[in-house]
Design a binder for this molecule. Sequence first.
Ligand code: SAM
Length: 255
Amino acid sequence: MTKPRVFASFAIALLLGCTKSEPPPTSPAPLSADPQLQPASSPPAAPSQAPNTPPAGPAPASSAPAAAPSQARETPAASSADQSSRAPDVVYVPTPQSVVDKMLELAQVKKTDVVYDLGCGDGRIVVTAAKKYGTKAYGYDIDPKRVQEALENVKKNKVENLVTIEQKDIFTLDLSPANVVTLYLLPDLNVKLIPQLEKLKPGSRIVSHDFDMKGVKPVKHLAFKTAGLDRAHDIYLWHVPLQKETKTGLDALKP
Ligand SMILES: C[S@@+](CC[C@H](N)C(=O)[O-])C[C@H]1O[C@@H](n2cnc3c(N)ncnc32)[C@H](O)[C@@H]1O
């Protein structure tokens, strides 16, 4: 399919910071608004994450829980410092609110679910899950600025009893308590998460904005376009256990 590839390339360019965009907001966007894509406010990209990094999902940056706590909280200072000692793997680009709504609808989120957003940005996905479905939700981000914005968003929307925000590197998380995982990362980061995602309980759902996950077959893929969106947004849905793609042709000969 040509169109989704074009859209994915555009999204990747944004995430890599190749496209001019608006400065980050001083406060989180209202849930009802369809926010504009924004560049990461993270430190400049490390050489390995420079804009010519091959496309694969949200662009590389310049640069997890069982019992729900009663209040949105931030990781204590000492461990925060450990967790944020490296740059984000992908820049911050928020998912438009209408796409957030569609992602949660596709995942068939219900009150008894536990939603994790890996790289939560301003927390819009977890806040929406809590507000709309009454679901416990956890947002993780490595960037302290995003964690601060997400905490403010949680407070503004009065969902402290359902939403937890923590500053963590998503690649260190135990995902087993979750049964819905949302992603807006990059294709290679999605693939890197497979070993963690495979540990989700059977019946869990994974939804990704813009990017697929090479090696595992989605149960659904749609190019979502609605009023207010600048382009069609790809949304991928997987069910756990993940269905591995079977290799064909020359690929079948590779180990
Ligand atoms: C493209 S934004 C998506 C934000 C949000 N999920 C949304 O859809 O609106 C990706 C986010 O992942 C965060 N991030 C990048 N690498 C990370 C890592 N290793 N651990 C945790 N967060 C990370 C970035 O700081 C950024 O906020």
